[in-house]
Design a protein around this ligand. Structure first.
Ligand code: FES
Length: 104
């Protein structure tokens, strides 16, 4: 398993930036789950089923390091509810470094 580096730039009132380095992640572990392990909650209204878009994140770097779009993500893109540079954190998992923007 490659080393995973994930930067969470949280756009909230404090404009804080979190840098999380993971030596490894579980195979297929979602960005949402990885973030939650670090105390960062990203959406979750549908319980991670890919149905609500509350876990939408902007991929700043490393889009190629993420798992393929799920059917749910493709459906949201077709409805213009998910932009080209966005993913659902509950639906994608990283295989190497990725930088995401979490708009909290
Ligand atoms: S938590 Fe609902 S789509 Fe990800």
């Amino acid at each position: 398993m490659p080393k995973i580096t994930i930067l969470f730039s949280v756009s909230d009132a404090s404009s804080s930036t979190r840098i999380i380095e993971k030596e490894s992640v579980l195979d297929g572990e979602s960005l949402q789950s990885i973030a939650l392990d670090e105390g960062i909650r990203i959406g979750g209204a549908c319980g991670g089923m890919g149905l609500c878009t509350t876990c939408r994140v902007v991929i700043l770097e490393g889009a190629e390091s993420l798992s393929r779009l799920t059917r749910e993500e493709k459906n949201f893109r077709a409805q213009n509810l998910l932009k080209e540079n966005e993913r659902l954190a509950c639906q994608c998992s990283p295989t190497s470094d990725v930088t995401i923007l979490v708009e909290a």
